[in-house]
Design a protein around this ligand. Structure first.
Ligand SMILES: NC(=O)c1ccc[n+]([C@@H]2O[C@H](COP(=O)([O-])OP(=O)(O)OC[C@H]3O[C@@H](n4cnc5c(N)ncnc54)[C@H](OP(=O)(O)O)[C@@H]3O)[C@@H](O)[C@H]2O)c1
Length: 244
């Protein structure tokens, strides 16, 4: 059966690994036919991951969109509605971070972070949840963070956006349970991705890798539809990189 799966932030890091893992899942699940709608801002990234997913046997569709702009959020939702008229899975993964001391956060840092992580995620979800609630099936993943539960000294605005995402997850669950839609919050600690820029070898050696997050996401999706994996918490074995 064909599964329409939209992954935001699919061009790099965790989103890219999730796309590839969905595509590879076809190897062991012959009945699973993913149609991966891959989105981020950078078309070149999307073309590259699309080719890799196709090589694994998945169908793909790419659409560049900047989720910090409401007009683009609406365009992405309209693309799904007009081209497919349905959606089985939304992976809310696109996210940004500006990491610096509290006193140095500017209004532009605040708006940049909140526009993508919170506003874009909120309204994309609102638009696509309706398609799922109408057909009484679907699955929405939110890649939040341990910073949605715990404060880190250099992550003030990132924490605000991620705590906000957690509020969205908890509220949406109240609606989703009533219409048979599955909601999974994925809560990773430090993962080695482009979001971190350059990191020291010491940090790199203890960080998780994007595929460590992707595997449990796809396993959660492939659970029988009667079962929801509500939370997936993943941390480096040695704990968070910075504790305060
Ligand atoms: N890495 C970690 O340690 C970690 C830990 C916990 C949670 N997370 C969360 O996991 C998610 C993915 O993070 P990552 O580490 O994989 O980051 P990443 O490597 O920087 O990748 C982020 C992806 O999101 C896209 N993106 C960023 N801003 C966007 C926007 N305005 N509109 C559309 N797409 C946008 C990026 O592509 P373009 O720049 O081309 O748009 C890219 O494809 C984020 O929500 C992050 O907060 C990460």
């Amino acid at each position: 059966m064909k599964h329409i799966i939209l992954i935001t932030g699919a061009g790099k890091g965790i989103g890219r690994a999730i796309a590839l893992e969905f595509a590879r899942a076809t190897r062991h699940n012959p009945d699973f036919e993913p149609l991966l709608v891959l989105s981020s801002r950078t078309l070149g990234d999307l073309e590259a991951i699309s080719l890799e997913c196709r090589a694994e046997g998945a169908l793909t569709d790419i659409i560049a969109a900047d989720l910090s702009e409401m007009i683009e959020v609406r365009r992405l939702a309209a693309h799904i509605m007009e081209r497919y008229g349905t959606i089985d899975c939304l992976v809310n993964n696109a996210g940004v971070g500006r990491f610096k001391p509290f006193s140095e956060i500017t209004e532009e840092d605040f708006d940049y972070t909140m526009a993508t992580n919170l506003k874009g995620t909120f309204f994309l979800t609102q638009a696509l949840f309706e398609l799922m609630s109408n057909k009484r099936s679907g699955h929405i993943f939110f890649i939040t963070s341990v910073a949605a539960r715990k404060a880190f000294r250099h992550s003030s605005v990132y924490c605000v956006s991620k705590f906000g995402q957690q509020g969205l997850v908890d509220t949406l669950r109240l609606y989703a349970r009533k219409c048979n839609v599955r909601i999974t919050e994925v809560i990773p600690g430090a993962v080695h991705t482009p979001m971190w820029g350059e990191v020291s070898d010491d940090f790199r050696s203890i960080m998780m890798m994007p595929e460590d997050i992707a595997r449990p996401v796809v396993q959660a999706y492939l659970q029988p539809s009667r079962t929801t994996v509500e939370e997936i918490v993943l941390r480096p074995t040695t704990g968070d990189l910075q504790d305060e």
